[in-house]
Ligand binder design. Structure first.
Ligand SMILES: [Zn+2]
Ligand SMILES: [Zn+2]
Length: 254
């Protein structure tokens, strides 16, 4: 736009103000494209169908003589109608895309929920197995303790009977030695038969035997008990990737 000088309009000659107004109008017309850039001051009031562009009356004579043209104001109304009819199918197409986004979101949410449920199942199965393992460890420990206690008892019984025999043998040995070395000839002859028989009896009845024999205990880990072994005691996962096509879009997932 033209600038009004600080002194006001009155201080300038009238033709200067008019010139400014005309130039400003000209600039605005050129900016919005309504004046022909080939023919100064001529408005682009016609539309050429062959060249698909706006022209002025002077343009016709120069390069559009044989072309079909129409008044811009009239044809623009037809074109506006055509534009509107072109975008008519858009609202349905847009709603289809919105629906497809909603479907993807829904499927995703459902899938996430399934994963959460599966994680809970895996955790639950893990807890069950942990409890089972704890139970089995406790049972095996208890069995081993029972075997141990029984064996300790057997060993103690065995030692006790050996000690009884040992006491009998030692006391007879000491008594016999006493008689033989310190007894009077009469004592020796009087005791001889009794001691001799007793010595044979004691040697017969108190024989060293390997009475104590603890059981043979072996621990076999689970995998040795099962043919082929276990790769994962909790379980396995099968993940199948499906090739699916989302409605209207070519969203292919691998
Ligand atoms: Zn022109
Ligand atoms: Zn033309």
């Amino acid at each position: 736009m033209f600038q009004i000088p600080q002194g006001g309009l009155k201080s300038l000659p009238l033709n200067f103000v008019l010139q400014n107004l005309i130039e400003a109008k000209d600039r605005t017309s050129k900016e919005t494209g309504t004046l022909c850039d080939k023919h100064s001051g001529k408005p682009l009031e016609l539309y050429c169908f062959e060249c698909k562009t706006n022209i002025c009356v002077k343009c016709i004579a120069v390069s559009h003589q044989q072309h079909k043209f129409e008044d811009v104001d009239n044809i623009s109304k037809d074109f506006a109608k055509q534009i509107q009819s072109d975008i008519e199918p858009f609202s349905y197409r847009i709603s289809q895309f919105r629906e497809s986004v909603r479907k993807v979101e829904m499927t995703k949410e459902k899938f996430l929920q399934t994963i959460e449920e599966m994680k809970n199942s895996v955790r639950q199965r893990g807890d069950e197995i942990k409890n089972l393992v704890d139970d089995h460890v406790a049972k095996l420990t208890e069995e081993l303790n029972e075997v141990k206690e029984r064996s300790v008892e057997e060993a103690e019984t065995c030692v006790e009977s050996i000690e009884v025999a040992l006491a009998a043998l030692e006391s007879f040995q000491a008594y016999s030695l006493d008689i033989a070395s310190k007894g009077s000839p009469c004592d020796i002859t009087l005791s001889f038969n009794k001691l001799h028989t007793r010595a044979e009896e004691l040697l017969k009845s108190h024989v060293i035997t390997d009475d104590y024999c603890p059981p043979d205990v072996q621990f076999l880990p689970t995998e040795k008990l099962m043919k082929g072994g276990l790769h994962n005691i909790v379980g396995g996962l099968i993940v199948q990737h499906l090739l699916y096509v989302v409605f209207l879009t070519n969203c292919v997932t691998h």
